[in-house]
Write a protein that binds this ligand. Sequence first.
Ligand SMILES: [Zn+2]
Length: 248
Amino acid sequence: MKNILKNIVALIILGVAIFVFRGSIEKGYFMLQDQYFPCSRTISYSVGTIDPSFGISKENFLSDIEEAENVWEASIDKKLFTYETEGGELTINLLYDNRQATTEQLKSLNNTLNSDRSFYNDLKNQIDILKADPNPDVNKINSLIGELNQAAVSFNSQAKEYNAAGGSLGNEFEEGLYSSDQSGKRIDIYQFENKDKLVRVLMHELGHALSLDHVNNPKAIMYQTNNGDNLTLTADDINELKAHCGIK
Ligand SMILES: [Zn+2]
């Protein structure tokens, strides 16, 4: 009778321990599975923070993530990620800081520069046409030349502002970051110029979430910087994934 009681107590303790440590047990199990049977399970992800300063809705962000996800999955015809409304093991965040603020400033300065440039060129054309006249209107030409000089001054000051803003970004332009630590797996996206660049940086960070390393082809999605415009994987990217998943 004593023995039975002992066994029951031991079973209860074991049950409580499994319940208390179920999170760690699951994590440990996933780690072993990832190590010995890579790509045999899907990685679940949820959307965490979307800073409203980006002006992007959750639906649009999700569809960009799905687009990035599908490219990897189609390349080996295998489901690699699953979306979960909340509690996924991978959290994807859109975090706003000076990187995106500067990107937007550069975009608007670039627009001003382009319109200044076309204003300057229009003036120059008008002057050339007037000058070509056999009886040129000298007063009109001089007044246009005055305007032209002012346009040049404004263009130069805009260009200086543009360079200063660009310089403040420095060399390290980290658009996104994948991290895995005690608190879990995370993808933090900080900067993108347009939708395509966002999908590209998502593809890159999802690649890291699949344990892929950088490859040495500037056109590759897994290249260290977001250089290209292609939304397709290069052969180097696919080979990296196949090698990791043990697919020939
Ligand atoms: Zn990277």
